[in-house]
Design a protein around this ligand. Structure first.
Ligand code: FAD
Length: 598
């Protein structure tokens, strides 16, 4: 029987097994969602342009593709079913679809969508139209739901596996729903063999994060963002997006440089591995005024669209480490050191990491070896282990982890709000208009690029919203609308659980901090109108009073949670007069922020 592979807009990979096994392909460009909310113009352009390029690429490969543009999936399916029945003669009343088996119902196969409940909803839509929809595992994640179940031990509250690395926290039984990313990460490293050497982590440690908290010196130059010039199809798509929808953020294409095809995505990966990876770890948490990208990979939009399989960046980084690897911290980008290939190879051998790259290769294609771009003929810099390990942890640790936490914790996760925070987001999140330099930079990056890096997302954008008291669901929607890499499955755990501490399913303490964190990790505070050294009074950094007030307000929930003891010893050390001025300043800051005057 004929099987149609239906691929969603975040499943745009031509090398999928599910595609190979199908007779033809269905893509539905459903755009009604964008009528309802103001998405970033670059986000809509990226998704629709990538879908259209994917359609063309599949057709060039000789695939039979039905591409439907519609308001909704339901309408898209109506059109597809009508076309299919007309094509096969099923409509002529003989009750057959033309393949001779007497069956008039199109059969579709779909990789399980990442979004909660979407699989069932789409199956119903197909069934209502007389067809069948078969859901199969989503190949675009490295680990499967059964891998997770095996690790998590099946039952909720069943906290341990045999080596004591169980997923759940709960010393006193109170927080038995908190999954530990670090343990999941180690488990996946063991299972996949990534950066493993005879069953042990390469270099002897699982995690080199202590080396990954530096800020670059003033004269350090980040590698630069690879620019993928929008082609005709992207320009056309963008013009249509701007005309058709009310969008948010810039409507100019000048700063649109995201890969929209698999080929470009692979080139972006090569560029990152060659140029960005050496300093990735060291400056991973840094924020620098006027430098939105630093050494980040900028690969999340491509990975989340399916243009890259998550195994590819991980294996590419592992290979780069095998070829150019040095000990943790051994390469210092501040010294702009010349790379001595011979020295790196020696140090790698000594280090026992030499065969880690042989364990696996990217699943498809061979483009990763091609050198492209301006610096292609220069010797690339060494890859210290803390960079390689730091990167793979983001993908097989965090990315896979949040996906499963989302699956486990939905639907409650979307509305989780254990701190009962309900303030509306301040207008600065929409217009970027604030004198707080860290916040205006971060919002500015989102407005201009639909992107801000991880620390801006966590320690500025969600940290501010958290201590301000914003509604987690509204913050989640803000991220969802504004970021080019945002999908419900990935924003919801990151924003509601990690950023807003709406639930302790993912971390046992909130990521809340005063201005001192931003001061330590950025150059923002020196040029800011607000004084990071002061907590109270006019001109004091807004983060400070909000932070202390937040701890005080949420004492009942937070005091007993893991790792908050030190913070509460500081809370206990403040006298009534101090609390009075903190409260006064916090109230003032909240009022100014709500009025757009901060
Ligand atoms: P890099 O710093 O180069 O990291 C490499 C890769 O690791 C990323 O491309 C991404 O695929 C993966 N990764 C790292 N951390 C995470 C994580 N916590 N969750 C999922 N993947 C991770 N990521 C998204 O893909 N979409 C989102 O909408 C999104 N929203 C976020 C909101 C908040 C409040 C926070 C704290 C994090 C969010 N993240 C999101 C995770 C992370 O910040 C981004 O993946 C990362 O900044 C993307 O930029 P990059 O590709 O340059 O990442």
């Amino acid at each position: 029987d004929r099987t149609t592979c239906w691929l969603l807009g975040d499943q745009l990979n031509p090398d999928l097994d599910v595609l190979d096994a199908a007779d033809d392909v269905l893509l539905i460009e459903a755009h009604g969602f964008a009528d309802r909310k103001p998405y970033h113009a670059h986000k809509l352009t990226l998704v629709f342009s990538a879908m259209r390029h994917f359609r063309d690429e599949l057709r060039e490969r000789g695939r039979d593709v039905t591409y439907v543009r519609a308001e909704s999936f339901g309408e898209g399916l109506d059109e597809f079913f009508a076309e299919r029945r007309a094509e096969t003669g099923g409509r002529d009343g003989d009750g057959e679809d033309g393949d001779g088996d007497g069956d008039d119902s199109p059969h579709l196969r779909l990789m399980r969508p990442a979004s909660h409940g979407a699989g069932d909803r789409l199956r119903e839509l197909v069934a209502e139209r007389g067809g069948t929809l078969e859901l199969v595992d989503n190949e675009l994640f490295w680990t499967t739901p059964s891998d997770w179940r095996e690790w998590a031990g099946g039952e909720e509250g069943d906290g341990g596996d045999e080596d004591g690395d169980g997923p759940l926290v709960g010393a006193d039984g109170a927080a038995e729903r908190t999954y530990r990313q670090e343990h999941w990460y180690r488990h996946v490293r063991r299972e996949t063999g990534v950066l493993m050497d005879d069953g042990e982590p390469v270099g002897g440690e699982w995690n080199y994060d202590d080396l990954n908290q530096e800020t670059p010196p003033d004269d350090w130059e980040p590698p630069g963002r690879p620019a993928f010039e929008p082609d005709e199809l992207t320009r056309e798509t963008h013009a249509w997006v701007c005309e058709r929808f009310d969008t948010w953020g810039t409507d100019s294409l000048d700063e649109f440089a995201w890969p929209v095809t698999r080929e470009a995505a692979r080139e972006a990966l090569d560029r990152f591995v060659r140029d960005g990876l050496p300093a990735f770890g060291r400056y991973e948490d840094a924020m620098v005024g006027g430098e939105p990208f630093l050494s980040h990979s900028l690969l999340s939009p491509a990975i989340n669209l399916g243009l890259l399989d998550p195994r590819e960046p991980v294996r590419a980084v592992e290979r780069a480490y095998a070829e150019r690897g040095v000990e943790p911290g051994a390469y210092d980008p501040e010294e702009h050191g010349e790379f001595d290939a011979g020295a790196a190879a020696t140090s790698l051998d000594e280090f026992g990491g030499g065969d880690s790259g042989d364990e696996g290769t990217a699943p498809s294609g061979d483009g990763a070896e091609e050198e492209t771009g301006a610096a292609a003929d220069e010797e690339p810099a060494p890859v210290p282990l803390n960079a390689a390990e730091g990167f793979v942890r983001q993908v097989i640790g965090w990315r896979e982890f949040v996906r499963h936490v989302y699956r486990e914790a939905m639907p409650e996760l979307a509305d989780a709000n254990q701190l009962e925070q309900s303030r509306e987001l301040p207008p600065a999140y929409w217009d970027g208009d604030t004198d707080m330099r860290c916040l205006s930079e971060a919002v500015g990056h989102v407005r201009e690029f639909g992107y801000a890096h991880h620390i801006e997302r966590l320690m500025v954008l969600s940290n501010f919203a958290l201590v301000y008291g914003a509604d987690p669901a509204e913050l989640n929607e803000w991220f969802h609308l504004g970021f080019v890499d945002a999908y419900h499955w990935v924003t919801t755990p990151n924003v509601v659980a990690m950023g807003s501490f709406g639930t302790d399913v993912l971390s046992s303490k909130p990521y809340a901090s005063s201005g001192s964190y931003v001061n330590r990790m950025s150059d923002h505070c020196a040029d800011c109108r607000y004084a990071v050294s002061r907590t109270t009074g006019e001109g004091a950094c807004p983060f400070n009073a909000l932070y202390w007030d937040f701890l005080k307000e949420n004492e009942e929930t937070l005091r007993g949670t893991g790792r908050m003891g030190l913070m509460y010893s500081h809370v206990d050390g403040k006298d009534d007069a101090e609390w009075e001025s903190i409260r006064e300043r916090a109230d003032q800051v909240r009022e100014l922020a709500a009025d757009g005057e901060l």
